[in-house]
Design a protein around this ligand. Structure first.
Ligand code: HEM
Length: 444
């Protein structure tokens, strides 16, 4: 019997989180499109093959990003709605409206100079390092990779530094809430943060993303500005956290990487490329809905049904080509062996970690720079850092969309503020703070 004929396979829960590639391998037995469940009783189709993924992502005549019809079929309290329900932002719109909203984000990010982003990332890294450097132990997910993009966004969107703990607290509150009341309270606090930000920038513009969103020739309304800020922070936070922490987990558990801390062969950039291919931070997403009934790579799909693309499965689809040494060396449960033909370890080769087509990540280069810089900074400051739990025993967060470590415990020789040489206490203060770009700059 083909696997296709069985009940939809759950993409939630501990089994999938523990070994997603085993699930993708079984699903592939039924063909390039599989039936899955993304929450109890909530079905979706999952595209597993690289070619089928590209066909879908590029065919905007057949596929829409707008979930409005589909979401009417979903219980209002479904846990997946926050990721999938319609909002007037770049992710859920098609065509001209999508292009209009997207131009605001791409134009505004293009105003951030790479050297300035690098400097700000180093400052954010050092700020976090100072919280645990004296301790000699750290959870690299909760104390470094997860807060880091938020410290950075707080600055890039133009909020004073003392607001970053508020942003970190509200996002952690939304992610870690165990009761609906807690999640609602954290959500309200996040809303308050964004309102304060927009009020601040309405009164006085600065060289920051919020001001550039407001002044963009696309002419966003205030409500649209708020939606683009929320989306950009949400779209940027989780995958950047996962890219950083998944790469750190690989570096700190593979001697080929580990020796790089004292001059070995593989670099943080290699670790990042390894993750992009084999463990993409966004594992399954790209929610699309057919505009009409369609037969897609052998499967009939009704209009407005939910179809997700598995970037993780497409990237690791078994090929006739050779494997990637970095991945194979790591092992672990069902570490994918098949790689796309022609893949080069140095540049990551062809993969879909950033998606493809009109909705591909518009902030790819800045995101890469942030993750690589954050890893380099940590490795430079804590040069004997090592994991305290073997990688194979690390806990992954359950959920269909992200490949996300729950924790990444590590230890190192403690640093002290009065230590000779460069430390997180002395190094950042030597970099002079200046604006992201000239105060008068704005999207043309
Ligand atoms: C500074 C960090 C980042 C920001 C601000 C950001 C922002 C965005 C935005 C605004 C979109 C929506 C684009 C559209 O609909 O046209 C998007 C899409 C996407 N981003 Fe990023 N991103 C960041 C980092 C990352 C990282 C680290 C990854 C993973 C490697 C990633 C993977 C993706 C993917 C796969 C999509 C397509 C969304 C989908 O599946 O529907 N992004 N990103």
């Amino acid at each position: 019997m083909s696997y296709h004929a069985l009940e939809p396979v759950p993409l939630y829960g501990p089994d999938f989180a523990a070994d997603p590639h085993a699930v993708y391998a079984k699903l592939r037995q039924g063909g390039p499109v599989a039936k899955v469940e993304i929450a109890p009783g909530l079905p979706a189709f999952l595209v597993l093959s690289y070619q089928a993924a590209l066909d879908l992502l590029r065919d905007t005549d057949t596929w829409s990003k707008n979930p409005s019809v589909w979401q009417e079929t979903v219980p209002k309290d479904s846990p997946i709605l926050p990721m999938l329900q319609y909002r007037p932002n770049v992710l859920f719109n098609d065509g001209a409206e999508h292009a209009r909203l997207r131009s605001v984000i791409t134009d505004s990010f293009s105003l951030i100079e790479p050297h300035d982003l690098r400097r700000r990332t180093i400052e954010a890294s050092d700020m976090l390092l100072r919280n645990f450097a004296e301790r000699g132990t750290v959870d690299l997910v909760t104390e470094y990779a997860r807060p880091l993009p938020l410290v950075l966004f707080n600055a890039l969107f133009g909020m004073p530094d003392h607001h970053s703990p508020q942003l970190i607290r509200t996002i952690a509150g939304m992610m870690e809430a165990t009761e609906p009341d807690e999640a609602i309270a954290a959500g309200a606090e996040f809303e308050q943060y964004v309102l304060e930000l927009v009020t601040l920038k309405s009164e006085k513009r600065g060289p920051d993303l919020t001001s550039w969103f407001m002044d963009h020739p696309a002419g966003l309304s205030l409500e649209e500005v708020i939606h683009q800020i929320v989306l950009t922070m949400a779209a940027g936070h989780e995958p950047t956290t996962n890219l950083t922490s998944n790469a750190l987990s690989r570096m700190l558990s593979n001697p080929d990487y580990y020796s790089t801390l004292s001059g070995g062969a593989l670099t943080p950039r290699d670790a990042v490329n390894d993750v992009l291919r084999n463990e993409p931070p966004m594992a399954n997403y790209s929610a699309h809905y057919p505009r009409h009934n369609v037969r897609f790579h052998g499967t009939w799909i009704h209009a407005n049904q939910l179809v997700l693309v598995s970037y993780a499965a497409a990237n690791t689809e078994p090929q006739t080509g050779t494997g990637l040494p970095g991945a194979a060396a790591l092992g672990g449960p069902h570490e994918p062996a098949g790689m796309r033909t022609g893949a080069a370890p140095s540049d990551g080769g062809s993969h879909l970690a950033w998606s493809a087509g009109p909705h591909a990540c518009p902030v790819k280069q800045p995101a890469l720079l942030i993750a690589v810089t954050a890893i380099e900074r940590l490795a430079n400051q804590l040069c004997d850092i090592q994991l305290t739990v073997p990688r194979a025993e690390l806990e992954w967060r359950a959920g269909p969309f992200h490949r996300a470590l729950a924790h990444l415990p590590a230890s190192f020789t403690p640093l002290t503020p009065d230590q000779a040489g460069v430390t997180p206490w002395t190094s950042s203060s030597r970099t002079r703070r200046h604006a992201t770009s000239p105060a008068t700059a704005g999207p043309a």
